[in-house]
Design a protein around this ligand. Structure first.
Ligand SMILES: Cc1cc2nc3c(=O)[nH]c(=O)nc-3n(C[C@H](O)[C@H](O)[C@H](O)COP(=O)(O)OP(=O)(O)OC[C@H]3O[C@@H](n4cnc5c(N)ncnc54)[C@H](O)[C@@H]3O)c2cc1C
Length: 363
């Protein structure tokens, strides 16, 4: 006899989002669920940001919302865009974990385990959120979005405004990859600064702290003694499709389930949509179609990644023009968030340097 009806391997963003969705919609009433995760604690370890294009369960975990953002090129020209219809939001992972765990721990049918003997998996439906990253790490031709960020509290100086965030600031060292600084001002004395690279695995690009120090000086005239570091985060998001096959009673979720958009690394909202899809089909999950990001985005992203590989140097200008003054920001946001219609796709295609993209199409 099976011990658990459902087993979730990995209680991170995808595993907990799914468990929360199942519990919220009373799908665990007469079912037992085990969540397996070896982690020791649930402190803040990530800041999940996204353009709010869908409804989800975690509005109350939003730390800050912005409706204006900037993109700067290497020569310090700045483009300002507004995103009132789809505000950009950041979720503090600690709030998210606390909200979910606070609810799930009250349900006697949910069991938290650090590990579980494989023999206990028999007959259960397994949702796996642990990617076989080792396999992907071996391939040095893969691109990653890798980054390091610090959230600082200013001792004296104050930001003039905290209602505008910098999505991409290319006024930093470029080398032979794509590099930008991403900043999220949470208050007028608190700001998250992340140095972000789109590159293949290259240890020479790991001088993250130096890049941040340089930017803090160049853009804010801040020395180390002018602020306190309150939080640090580091990560690497795959910029290549992760396709781990689902099997009978074994469904991949989260990054392992291909929920990362290849050209942007955005994953959080895709995870929320996938959780909802599983909850709606839980009674017949083995028969349900695999939930995937729409195929057209794989096609667009594949071409984009080819251009990035062949011509990294054009990227700062490309992104700068993408969000230029005559841009239809809503169309671009819908495109980046997998919600574009045909007209949005056409608008985005017309914003791209056509010749470089056509060449890449036939390469
Ligand atoms: C620092 C960081 C910032 C990010 N920011 C954004 C963002 O702003 N917007 C966005 O859309 N996406 C972002 N992402 C991408 C993506 O949303 C996150 O990686 C998200 O956490 C993916 O969810 P997941 O459940 O697949 O993986 P995770 O949240 O990493 O969960 C995996 C879980 O598996 C556990 N685990 C590991 N090994 C085992 C094992 N052998 N057995 C059982 N459990 C195991 C881990 O402890 C972890 O809790 C970010 C990623 C990182 C790393």
């Amino acid at each position: 006899m099976r011990e658990f009806d459902y087993i979730i391997i990995g209680g991170g963003c995808a595993g907990l989002s799914l468990a929360y969705e199942l519990d919220l919609h009373k799908k665990l009433k007469n079912k037992k669920l085990a969540i397996i995760d070896p982690r020791k604690n649930y402190k803040r370890d990530k800041t999940w940001s996204y353009w709010n294009v869908i409804n989800h369960n975690f509005d109350d975990c939003v730390k800050k919302s912005w409706s204006t953002f900037l993109v700067s090129d290497t020569a310090r020209n700045v483009n300002r865009s507004h995103c009132v219809s789809y505000p950009y939001q950041s979720i503090d992972s600690e709030k998210f974990y606390q909200k979910i765990l606070g609810r799930l721990k009250k349900n006697k049918n949910i069991f938290f385990k650090k590990k579980l003997n494989k023999s206990k998996y028999k007959g259960s439906i397994i949702f796996n959120s642990v990617p076989s990253i080792k396999k992907f790490n071996k391939d040095k031709t893969n691109y990653w979005q890798h980054f390091y960020g610090i959230e600082i509290e200013l001792k004296r100086k104050r930001l003039a405004k905290s209602d505008t965030f910098h999505l991409m600031n290319f006024d930093c060292e470029q080398r032979d990859a794509v590099h930008f600084i991403y900043t999220l001002p949470f208050k007028n004395n608190r700001i998250l600064i992340e140095t972000t690279w789109f590159s293949k695995y290259d240890k020479k690009l790991f001088d993250y702290q130096k890049q941040i120090n340089q930017w803090l000086w160049d853009w804010m005239r801040l020395k180390k003694t002018d602020y306190k570091i309150k939080y640090k985060e580091q990560g690497a998001i795959p910029l290549f499709p992760i396709y781990q096959k689902n099997k009978k009673n074994f469904i991949n979720i989260g990054t392992a389930g291909g929920m990362t958009r290849v050209s942007t690394g955005y994953t959080f909202l895709n995870i929320q949509e996938h959780s909802k899809y599983i909850r709606m089909n839980i009674e017949n999950i083995n028969e349900a179609k695999r939930f995937q990001i729409k195929k057209k985005y794989y096609f667009f992203d594949k071409i984009f990644m080819r251009v990035l590989d062949k011509s990294p140097k054009i990227m700062p200008k490309l992104f700068f023009n993408f969000f230029g003054i005559f841009s239809n920001t809503n169309s671009i946001i819908r495109f980046l968030s997998n919600k574009s219609n045909l007209l949005d796709d056409i608008i985005v295609i017309f914003k791209m340097p056509k010749w470089v993209f056509i060449k890449s199409l036939f390469n």
